[in-house]
Design a protein around this ligand. Sequence first.
Ligand code: FE2
Length: 171
Amino acid sequence: MPVRAASRSIFHFPLLLLASIFPFVAGKKTSSALGSSSAVEDYLERILELINSKGYARVVDIAAGLKISQASVTNMVQRLDAEGLLKYEKYRGLALTTAGEKLARNITHRHHLLTDFLKLLGLDDQVIYHDVEGMEHHISPPTLRAIEALTSQLQRQPALLIKVRKQIGAS
Ligand code: FE2
């Protein structure tokens, strides 16, 4: 996990938060005291998923889901707390703030749209998951809207969908 220690200044925080919330306005992916914006999105996505499925998110479950050490997760969670994206209390677990939940819902939305599209094409589930986990961090809003429109049109045109699936060798 690209979590690295770096010196911070009070001027650093608003920029970091802005870049996290508006990655497309910021232009490039950010690398900062928080790590890359992809790492932040992965954490928030996992935390929201845990809260939705279990009602709470613990460091141990986040670590298992992201396949990293609990120490790294604790470190990152404290940084996300400092950035105002979640509230973390060692023995009481953690909760997303409004800003954190907004980011988490955004990445989850991208994940679902991309998954729906690739599933429609009949691709292998593992390939889909792997590809979506990468694509969701990089796709721009216009491209996502185009894929959403394409998904909706293909769902309404089963004959065309069959042709596409045949062409790519999907079952
Ligand atoms: Fe995802």
